[in-house]
Design a protein around this ligand. Structure first.
Ligand code: PLP
Length: 241
């Protein structure tokens, strides 16, 4: 172990990374059982934002296959450094349309499609007539603050049409973050209803990305297929550089 405190991602009061990952995995199995769902319906996306590439490498060695990042430059650098690993990279942060074309070069899944302009940025251009196809989720705003990330529930159908029109995004479903001021299960129940509306337009888009460190069990009860879990596994995030 290094003497540099910044490299010690495991202060280990709770047994370290491996123990936290095992504890979340068993929590997910318990939640699946409580929901009467098979645990292999659930994809764990470990959100590694602010943590060094070395931590992502440790997670991969522990069997993690899917990782999530929310800032383009950081994600790009980590994906390049870890290109030897068979990881699926999920982009979960707010995306500027200018950056979308760059994100597509390393991200396999973009979970934060939250504006028409971002979706349109994935469409083919003269310079790039046959771009790589990415998987996409339409992010839905479950709060009553229109300034929060995601499209308003009423605008979901229009976003779905726009995503389908690009031809370069394979729509997987919906994504959301639970509001802070509401019981998460009630919010995830609304997301499930919105998901049903999406599936009516795009029958393959059955996935639901919901649930973080503090509320993944509630998300599993409401049909989540993708859990985006950070701190419960990685420990507290280092301060942004
Ligand atoms: C950071 C983040 C997460 C993980 O949050 P934790 O509370 O650390 O589990 C999930 N989703 C998104 C969009 C995030 O930005």
């Amino acid at each position: 172990m290094s003497d540099d405190p910044r490299l010690q991602t495991d202060p280990s009061p709770d047994g370290g990374l491996e123990a936290r990952l095992a504890s979340v995995r068993s929590g997910i199995s318990d939640a699946a059982r409580a929901a009467g769902r098979p645990a292999d319906d659930l994809t764990l996306v470990v959100v590694t934002k602010f943590h060094p590439a070395s931590l992502v490498r440790e997670l991969a060695a522990l069997g993690v296959t899917d990782v999530g990042e929310n800032r383009h430059q950081e994600a790009q650098a980590k994906a390049a450094e870890l290109a030897d690993l068979p990881l699926t990279w999920h982009f979960v942060g707010q995306l500027q349309s200018k950056k979308a074309r760059q994100v597509r070069r390393y991200a396999h899944v973009v979970q934060s499609l939250d504006r028409g302009s971002v979706v349109d940025a994935f469409a083919p251009t003269e310079a790039e007539p046959a771009p790589r196809v990415v998987d996409g989720f339409v992010q839905v705003n479950l709060t009553d603050d229109p300034g929060r990330g995601g499209v308003q529930p009423d605008d979901v159908e229009a976003m779905v049409d726009r995503v389908l029109a690009t031809g370069t995004i394979r729509l997987r479903g919906v994504m959301a973050v639970a509001p802070l001021d509401e019981e998460p299960r009630a919010a995830f129940a609304r997301l499930r209803t919105i998901s049903e509306r999406v599936v009516a337009l795009a029958p393959d888009a059955t996935d639901i990305s919901a649930g973080m460190s503090g509320d993944y069990a509630e998300a599993v009860l409401e049909g989540a297929t993708h859990l985006r879990i950070g701190t419960a596994i990685t420990g507290n995030r280092p301060v942004a550089p």
